[in-house]
Design a protein. Structure first.
Length: 498
């Protein structure tokens, strides 16, 4: 066996009543790309956070290259050679790209009390280029970048110190194919140089293709580590959930059935940036999938349909003629929206699980100005059960939830609100395969009840698996349209994306 880079021995971690890790032993060797998989809340991020100095553990020991290792903070861990790309957004708003890359390291560019910004921009540019990113300006304000580019900036920050160990926590689900390839290349390169990678993902195909071994966690316990030759999807799934998974994953029919009634109409929409005369009609009982490359404008379609942004020209109207001008109008007319940028746009991060779920339903719940807490509790508990949201109680802050469980809370909010139209931008991002399956079945059931869904996604498999009709976008316009059929493959669609 090659050199041992990291060893965690008998790690125990609790958060109040939650046992996040129950005595985990984990070893990472040089040259490994080690996958880490497990249901939402199984302890993956917590294990890496402990190794990365973000949390201390209740008990257990850590060794880095054979030496006792006690990281005191993320910066301290990074100095010792352990870097992490966090699951949540890890860039800092209000400052430039280069400042984000060199945060805490300004000293490198300081002489006589002055920061040599020119040298800093140059160094930032070099590190971005070394990742294969040539279109991010180090001088740009970080807030002008989209989600994907901000993730790439985070990667650049992690790579500057040339770490021995890199954690990639659910990063690829937030990225388009281009961003994913950047991450895969980086992992391959590091592994070839004898570094080690811990790669967290819920995407089995991705793990099987890119990881050299895979560790499965369940309820804070390390279940098994599979070498490449044992990485079989069915085995992995059963190790993850502790039982065989049965039933359909996506919907099983191939009938594109929906009503003629148009419930949402986007006409000749220009938004001044991505969309250039975009048209879209959503029908009653339709699941309409929208796919494309990350810059094609599909995420903007979702934002406009919910009123977060207003068209400069053209309109977004509901079936009854109501124009969607802002989110409050959309919500009032039972339009629900899940943003790709969950933590900043969908969740009230400082509020509880209950408050987040009941937010748009308060009006329905209140009778004569009073909200009855019994009804409130019922609504929230129903969603918690339906989506198996893992939380200590519904009064727990969403901040303490694992990434996938946060996503379930946002989903539950709009199901609980009995939305007639759902605009879902990457709704299953970071959700484990068991819950993903429930979400797909739920979408299908909603469709059959006559609800209408726009499913915007970078996962072509899920668009193909679920949609009655698929619209592929390119450069702010529809470049192809397909009715549901067993003939459609990812290749068919990719041809219209590029
Ligand atoms: N800061 C915190 N406060 C309270 N509980 C927490 C905190 N961080 C994690 N937990 C709990 O610890 C458990 C493990 O969470 P963790 O984030 O490690 O899961 P995960 O495997 O990364 O899940 P996901 O796939 O959803 O990201 C969960 O039950 C979670 O709610
Ligand atoms: Mg996690």
């Amino acid at each position: 066996m090659s050199t041992e880079l990291l060893r965690a021995v008998n790690i125990v971690k609790t958060f109040g009543p939650t046992k996040a890790l129950q005595g985990v032993d984990f070893t990472l060797h040089a040259g490994e790309i080690r996958g880490l998989i497990g249901e939402n809340g199984s302890g993956k991020s917590t294990l890496c956070s402990i190794c990365g100095g973000i949390y201390g553990c209740d008990s257990g020991e850590l060794y880095l290259k054979g030496e006792p290792y006690h990281p005191t903070s993320m910066v301290d861990a990074q100095k010792k050679g352990f870097a992490q790309i966090l699951q949540e957004m890890g860039t800092i708003s209000g400052i430039k790209v280069a400042d984000n890359i060199f945060i805490g390291k300004e000293k490198l560019f300081t002489k006589g009390g002055f920061v040599n910004r020119k040298a800093m921009y140059k160094a930032a540019k070099e590190i971005l280029l070394s990742l294969g990113v040539d279109d991010i300006d180090p001088k740009a304000q970080i807030d002008t970048l989209n989600f994907e580019d901000r993730k790439l900036v985070e990667i650049a920050r992690a790579m500057y110190d040339q770490p021995d160990i890199l954690v990639v926590d659910e990063t690829t689900t937030a990225l388009s194919q281009r961003g994913r390839d950047i991450v895969y290349n980086l992992c391959d390169r590091m592994a070839a140089e004898g570094k080690g990678i811990i790669f967290i993902s819920h995407d089995l195909d991705e793990i099987i293709e890119h990881c050299t071994a895979l560790t499965v966690l369940r309820d804070g316990v390390l279940i098994d580590t599979l070498e490449k030759d044992r990485m079989e999807p069915e085995l992995i799934k059963s190790l993850m959930v502790g039982r065989e998974m049965v039933g359909d994953y996506y919907r099983s029919d191939y009938d594109p059935t929906y009503g003629e009634e148009v419930v949402l109409d986007m006409k000749d929409v220009f938004d001044g940036r991505q969309l250039k005369g975009f048209n879209l009609q959503l029908h009653k009982g339709e699941i309409l999938g929208i796919g494309g490359l990350s810059e094609c404008g599909m995420h903007e379609v979702g934002r406009l349909a919910f009123g977060i942004e207003k068209p400069l020209q053209g309109h977004v109207k509901l079936g009854d003629g109501t124009e969607i001008t802002q989110p409050s109008v959309a919500t009032k007319h039972r339009v629900g929206y899940i943003s790709k940028n969950r933590d900043q746009e969908s969740l009230m991060i400082t509020a509880t699980v209950a408050e987040n779920i009941e937010l748009p339903s308060l009006k329905d719940l209140s009778k004569g100005g009073l909200v009855f807490s019994r009804d409130e509790k019922k609504l929230v508990e129903e969603q918690r059960e339906l989506l198996s949201i893992k939380c200590a109680s519904i009064n727990q802050g969403v901040n303490g939830l694992s990434g996938g469980n946060k996503q379930k809370v946002v989903f539950g909010r709009w199901i609980g609100n009995k939305s007639e139209i759902l605009i879902l931008d990457c709704p299953t991002r970071g959700v484990d395969i068991g819950v993903k399956q429930s979400m797909y079945q739920l979408m299908y059931q909603l469709k059959k009840e006559g609800k209408s869904i726009i499913l915007i996604s970078e996962e072509l498999a899920e668009i193909i698996g679920m949609s009655d009709r698929i619209v592929i976008m390119k450069d702010g316009q529809a470049s192809g349209e397909f009715m549901r059929s067993p003939e459609i493959s990812e290749h068919t669609l990719i041809d219209y994306m590029i």
